[in-house]
Design a protein around this ligand. Sequence first.
Ligand SMILES: [Zn+2]
Length: 246
Amino acid sequence: MACIWLFVASYVAIHGVAQVMILFHKLMIPFIDIHTHHNQSPANVIAVKNLDFEASPIGLSSFGVHPWQSVMINHDSNFIDNCMKEVEAKCMMPQVVMIGETGLDAYRGADIDLQKTLFLRHITLSEQLGKPLVIHCVKTAEEVLTIHKQQRPTQLWIIHGYRKNAQMARQFLRQGIALSFGLHYNVEAMQIAYKENALWLETDDEDVTITDLYQEAAKVLAVSVEELQLNIYQRAIQLSSLFRLE
Ligand SMILES: [Zn+2]
């Protein structure tokens, strides 16, 4: 046993802590897929599965009323209360580690006022339960930024499927909002998000594997896949809700 520790100590002395962590990661650290609609993930992947309305969580999950589903909800406050009670009950389950996807969509879903009402209810839930928020944001960046300023949430907000330009990315990042990238992305926006330590990767509902996305992103960011894995994993373990089960 003493030999092992002697080996570890000499390895750290020679290669430095960062290299040792990368080695550790190669052996142990999984890929994080922060938002997916796929049911199956490979063994070395920790994926946060977005649950359909009727589904029960099996592994790590996120749950909320998608802006597109808001067309099924009417403005009656009792109806909204009842719907949100159901959402809350599911979000309280320990497997549900993130709230959403929720958010705003200028092109689809109910009128924007109803979407905002639902979005605010999800923000409240995220704060009450201490679980981060995964956000669908289409042509509504200004509204989301304004609501973030007004609400001053303590929980992390992640804009999922981020495809917009670097300028808008800077606006989100300046307010402490993280960005998750999938199959389609802006290269400069991805590079900025990584520099700001606020980059996540996701398969969403695309026909792609998370390992392929890590490989592609690593090239874009001019880092090794291992460094990228370590970067995302380190931030994932700071999201206590994500790893509460482990
Ligand atoms: Zn999605």
